[in-house]
Design a protein around this ligand. Structure first.
Ligand SMILES: [Zn+2]
Length: 484
């Protein structure tokens, strides 16, 4: 799955040797052009245990979720324009990578952040902010060609192949969660470093370079100079705002991006530029619309609402610092996707994001000191295991956790125990609670059949531990894992 460079490999046989000189020059020119085209870098799709049909199914489910959650533009001028542009790029894609099953779609999203993403099997979403940040059509085409290359090379399911063992439903949910989670998912994983979904849609530097090179080749065949892609990356990098742009966090710069894209461009024959007058029309159309909201606005609004029917977590459940009611004696059973099932006190609110589910009592979760904080409650989730050894894998997980929570420390050694009928480890941690005093955090970990870690984390102020210990233990006993 590495990049192979093939130079002058598929050179067609030279024709004619004793032709009149005029014709001989023409033949020579044709041969040179053919050689130049053959000099493009060959990009090979990485190992993938999923079928193209499964890509389509995962992408379709995740896209349905995105359409429910995101504000779409729904304007025929913009919709048709993006459609035409996308289809032109698909037409310019290598035949051997275009799976007949794939369902390509190109949907403009009414958000001002400079972002775009594509889901397995074809659905692509392009933010209004991306179109507005571009100065010319080839720049938009560049980002779309890069996204399309991820689809054609099936990088989403190639990532999942590395993770292994995830059922399709869980995968679609994780991918949708990763995309929709946006800054929110990051805020949570900053604290916990957990969240497999984010990882699934985060491409490695190797995949990025593949998407850049294949994207450049698609652009050239579609009539766009690939140097526009390098230019757009520079624009994205310079984008002002809090933290790095979302696009760059899932598409990390492999280094020397501009140089190798320009070098590839120099090897390619660029087809004539298509009529790009539609770009200005779309720009004018967007300008006539009310300003777009940002992802951060969207998350704030979701948080202040009832949270009903949304997969995005609410910003709070009540208010941190207000009295927290004790766990109800009534329990209800909740499913965590296809992966697990658990019973929790009936008065705890579920919050799910990526591959993490929290259950928190009223006033047990919200903002404190400018950070999202869980003062009371439990969290269940999946994390990548660094080792096949449970102790070692747990230690790595804990280290990540401690890095994100500088006031936390290990309060005792690891102890063996059982969770969901499997060998597990409990690690006791303690920190400072946002509501004052010492906070007690217990982490239980076990392996899933696929080698990932499943964990169960409990959080409560030390002085209230006695009120919660029975509930925490009962929740732990109720955990059922369905991964085998
Ligand atoms: Zn990428």
């Amino acid at each position: 799955m590495t990049l192979h460079t093939r130079r002058g490999g598929d050179r067609p046989p030279r024709k004619g040797g004793d032709k009149p000189s005029g014709l001989s020059i023409a033949v020579l020119v044709v041969t040179l052009v053919a050689t130049t085209v053959a000099a493009q870098t060959k990009v090979t799709p990485p190992k993938n245990k999923y079928t193209p049909e499964q890509d389509v199914q995962i992408g379709r489910e995740a896209a349905a979720e995105v359409r429910r959650e995101y504000p779409l533009i729904n304007d025929s001028t913009v919709d048709n324009y993006l459609d035409r542009l996308g289809n032109r790029l698909v037409a310019a894609s290598p035949a051997d990578l275009k799976k007949p099953q794939f369902e390509y779609s190109f949907t403009p999203v009414n958000l001002k952040d400079i972002n775009a993403f594509a889901l397995p099997g074809g659905p692509m979403f392009v933010n209004r902010g991306m179109i507005e940040a571009a100065s010319q059509e080839p720049e938009v085409a560049g980002v779309m060609a890069h996204e399309l290359a991820h689809v054609l090379l099936r990088h989403g399911t190639a990532n999942a192949t590395k993770a292994q063992g995830f059922q399709l439903g869980a995968l679609a949910g994780a991918i949708a969660g990763a995309v929709i989670g946006g800054g929110w998912g990051e805020a949570i994983s900053q604290g916990s470093q957990f969240g497999l979904g984010t990882w699934l849609m985060k491409y490695s530097r190797e995949y990025e370079k593949q998407a850049d090179l294949l994207g450049a080749q698609i652009m050239a065949r579609g009539g766009y100079d690939p140097r526009a892609l390098a230019r757009m990356f520079e624009t994205i990098k310079k984008q002002n705002g809090a933290g790095p742009p979302q696009w760059l966090s899932s598409h990390p710069d492999p280094g020397n991006r501009t140089q190798y894209i320009n070098a590839e461009a120099a090897q390619l024959r660029i087809a004539p530029l298509p009529n790009d007058s539609g770009f200005q029309q779309v720009r004018n159309r967007l300008q006539s619309m009310p300003p777009a909201r940002s992802m951060a606005d969207l998350e704030r609004e979701a948080g202040s609402g009832s949270g009903e029917g949304r997969s995005r977590p609410p910003a709070s459940v009540g208010r941190v610092g207000e009295p927290v009611p004790p766990p109800s004696r009534q329990y209800r059973t909740v499913r965590g996707g296809d992966l697990f099932q658990v019973s929790v006190p009936a008065n705890w609110t579920p919050i799910s994001s990526n591959n993490v589910m929290k259950f928190v009592p009223q006033n047990g979760y919200g903002e404190a000191n400018g950070q999202e904080t869980m003062t009371h409650g439990v969290e269940l989730g999946v994390a990548r295991a660094s080792s096949r050894d449970l102790r070692q894998a747990t230690e790595t997980l804990v280290e990540g956790f401690l890095r994100g929570n500088p006031e936390m420390r290990i309060a005792g050694g690891q102890q063996s125990m059982q969770m969901a009928g499997r060998n597990a480890i409990i690690t006791m941690l303690e920190g400072r609670s946002a509501v004052g005093g010492t906070e007690r955090v217990d982490l239980q970990t076990t392996f899933l059949a696929d080698g990932n870690l499943f964990y169960y984390l409990t959080v409560v102020p030390e002085r209230e531990y006695d009120i919660y210990s029975t509930a925490f233990a009962r929740v732990a006993r109720s955990i059922r894992l369905n991964d085998r």
